[in-house]
Design a protein around this ligand. Structure first.
Ligand code: ADP
Ligand code: MG
Length: 730
């Protein structure tokens, strides 16, 4: 019998104890992952020492030198010998203290770790002393007795040659230029939370400071001085709280960006119980709201401070304390998310008006300032301060603070001149907007209010709380809500969601650019031919041509309005080239474009403003709904459709075609592979969208209308309790 040679010689490896210095170095590498982690620990120590001024100097992205100086209470002379030993701390003595710890440090690991991976020198002076002390550390111990020296109030800690003994780490970091940027970013974050402390950060030896904040009572001022006016002027205040011990207890306040803010990356500055932490779940939850609520593809700026009972936070879950784990995290995230959503929605409604007015304002009119946009806590005490964002546009025209009316008046003239060229609906909208001023697009507001008032609360609960199980067939998805199993018609649901989105995003859509402009005339002809496919007659082709022509002309006339309010772009030659984004990450099935265009011409009421918008939104809803793809579903009976037929017969010939193929002829090329894979992709994509776009968006935005309770959109299949009972009996 043959034995594999490796098995013959394999011996169990010996287990041995690592040398303590190796253990410490490994642990240190975890705590101090990069220069920025060292800076974070040092700054946190300074904050724990009640400093009011903290300055940081950095050389070579922190690899050559990191120096943090503060004006805090300093370190006692007698503590210096054990300062950098592992697990020496002044902040925690028993394990239970962790439950109520308020300081940022508590493990006594940071300074020790630094001495294992760098050269640490501490200079410190206690209040009332004539001189301070300086001492250097290596591998946790003092290298010499502390030396008396002149010192200014507080502590200065210097780390030189970080990772000098970790070649690989040093090499990777040397090649990355962004460590200084990370350090600057870190200090910006601290600076906008600890507004009673002044921070500065510079490259060693440079005159210029890259972060400079002075203590201020106003958070917005701090944000302005750190992130600039362009950020600060586009923020909205946000607050949320809950005090229900059965669900969640927390208080949150902060600032989030409005729809004028533009950035490619999300900035989320999150403090939980005054600790700078990351919470990916919360970040994603807020990003989703931005993507779906605001028209611009901008990522948000978020500053949030969340306060929880200390015993609800486990601070000890991450080596760098970067992440914390919270009791009832899901509930808290959801509450914050819905607050963000409602605030954004309000600000978006008012902005619609502000932005248009601001853009069209004549240069002599002062631009809208930050005080107009949010209630500023700045000390100037102007009257507009207390006005909530969504009320600003609705100021009474007799109110001298209603600066926006200056724009209104100017624009009335301009718009009235233009009106003659506009379509009936558009001009009526304009006039209403200009003459009444405050009644901007009441019709849209009314339609949205109707959606809200007709919302079925039971269905709303289902939509918000259900779990998507999977598709039960081409149209129904299986959902679980508490102990109920429910079938839900995704076509009806998506149609309604798209309709509601079309109204909510009114005039603020991102665009889907068609790869090639599509001529309306041809699209309409296609749709008309499809309509009477069954008749297979060509006799009324003339009539179809006429309808197509008339509709094309009509839509060309309405082009300006369609573009401005619904982002449906039709050029002067009658080509459709742009469509609105109703839900991000979702493009409608282009097979339905002809039907949609025909519907625009035939089914939209162009006479009355409100019905016009309603029917347009309904047409969009129908077009964007997640209909089953035109190609039959290949998983299941639909597969027959893709079986190759002999004699050049078209696949539409139906199911009996399988008899042509049968038995011996059934070789590998039995199927129309290209078509089949096209169908598979289409169905897989739809299912992906249903699960990852439709259901999450419905959870956030859909207000299911009352009729949905009775029209077969939701069908209760079974209660799990009953099913379990049945299984038990088996
Ligand atoms: P921890 O912060 O978890 O206690 P560290 O290793 O970061 O552990 O610091 C050890 C101790 O050194 C702290 O508990 C604190 O007493 C003291 N210390 C460190 N930095 C400072 C500072 N800048 N000012 C005053 N005391 C400090
Ligand atoms: Mg510390």
């Amino acid at each position: 019998m043959e034995i594999e040679p490796t098995e013959e010689v394999k011996e169990s490896p010996r287990i041995h104890r690592l040398h303590e210095s190796v253990v410490n170095r490994i642990a240190a590498g975890e705590v101090i992952q990069r220069p920025v982690s060292a800076v974070k620990e040092l700054v946190e120590n300074s904050l724990d020492a009640s400093s009011t001024s903290i300055s940081v100097a950095v050389k070579d992205g922190g690899l050559k030198l990191i120096q943090v100086s503060d004006d805090g209470h300093g370190i006692r002379f007698e503590d210096l010998p054990i300062l950098c030993e592992r697990h020496t701390t002044s902040k925690l003595s028993k394990y239970e203290d962790l439950q109520s710890i308020k300081s940022m440090g508590f493990r006594g690991e940071a300074l020790a770790s630094m001495t294992y991976v760098g050269h640490v020198t501490v200079t410190t002076i206690n209040p009332g002393q004539l001189h301070g002390y300086r001492v250097s550390y290596k591998d946790g111990v003092m290298e010499h007795e502390p030396k008396a020296c002149a010192a200014v109030k507080g502590t200065q800690i210097k780390i030189e040659n970080l990772f000098y003994n970790m070649i690989a780490r040093r090499k990777t970091l040397q090649n990355s230029a962004d460590d200084y940027t990370k350090i600057v970013d870190l200090l910006c974050r601290f600076a906008i939370h600890h507004i009673d402390v002044s921070f500065s950060c510079r490259k060693h030896g440079a005159a210029r400071v890259d972060v400079h904040s002075v203590a201020t009572p106003s958070r917005l001022n701090a944000i302005k001085s750190v992130y600039g006016l362009s950020v600060a002027q586009n923020l909205i205040k946000i607050e949320a709280a809950d005090n229900d011990t059965s669900s969640s207890v927390f208080e949150m306040d902060g600032f989030i960006s409005n729809s004028n803010y533009v950035a490619k990356k999300t900035t989320m500055v999150l403090f939980i119980n005054d600790r700078l932490v990351e919470c990916t779940v919360l970040k994603r939850a807020i990003e989703v709201v931005y993507v779906a609520t605001l028209p611009k593809a901008s990522k948000p700026f978020i500053y949030m401070s969340v306060i929880l009972p200390p015993e609800h936070v486990d601070v000890n879950v991450h080596p760098t304390k970067r992440e914390v784990s919270l009791l009832n995290q899901e509930v808290i995230v959801e509450k914050i998310q819905s607050m963000v959503e409602s605030i954004l929605r309000k600000s978006n409604e008012s902005r619609t008006f502000q932005e248009q007015q601001a853009v069209e304002a004549s240069p002599s009119v002062p631009p809208i300032t930050k005080n107009d946009l949010y209630p500023s806590p700045s000390p100037s005490g102007s009257k507009s301060q207390k006005v909530p964002v969504h009320k600003i546009v609705r100021t009474d025209s007799s109110d001298p603070a209603g600066r926006l009316h200056a724009y209104l008046y100017n624009n009335t003239q301009k718009h009235l001149e233009k009106d003659s060229m506009l379509t009936a609906v558009r001009s009526s909208v304009r006039q209403r907007r200009n003459l009444k001023g405050t009644a901007y697009l009441t019709s849209i507001q009314e339609l949205i209010n109707e959606i809200d008032s007709k919302c079925h609360s039971g269905l709303l609960d289902i939509v918000r709380e259900c779990t998507y199980v999977g598709m039960a067939d081409d149209v129904f998805a299986l959902l679980q809500h508490n102990t109920q199993l429910i079938l839900a018609n995704v076509v009806n649901l998506s149609k309604e969601l798209m309709y509601q989105q079309a109204l909510r995003r009114f005039a603020h859509f991102n665009a889907i650019q068609l790869s090639e402009p599509a001529p309306l005339h041809e699209l309409i002809m296609l749709a008309l031919k499809e309509e009477d496919l069954d008749l297979e007659s060509n006799e009324n082709d003339d009539l179809k041509e006429k309808i197509a022509e008339m509709n094309t002309q009509l839509l060309k006339q309405k082009a300006e309005m369609l573009e401005e309010y619904f982002c449906i772009f039709i050029d002067s030659d009658g080509n459709l080239s742009r469509l609105p984004v109703l839900l991000d990450q979702y493009t409608p099935e282009m097979d339905h474009v002809p039907e949609f265009v025909l519907c625009l011409g035939n089914d939209v009421d162009w006479e009355e403003e409100k019905t016009c918008f309603q029917s347009l939104a309904a047409a969009l809803g129908n077009f964007y709904a997640m209909h089953p793809p035109l190609l039959p579903n290949p998983s299941g009976k639909g597969l027959e459709f893709y079986r190759k037929r002999k004699h050049g017969k078209s696949p539409q010939d139906g199911e009996n075609s399988s008899s042509h193929v049968g038995g011996a002829i059934a070789v590998e090329d039995e199927f129309e592979h290209e078509l089949l894979s096209e169908a598979e992709t289409a169905w897989a994509q739809r299912e992906w969208s249903i699960q990852h776009v439709l259901f999450p968006s419905m959870r956030l935005f859909l207000k299911p209308p009352n009729p949905m309770a009775a029209n077969g959109t939701f069908v209760r299949v079974a209660s799990l309790e009953k099913l379990y009972k049945i299984f038990e009996r088996c």
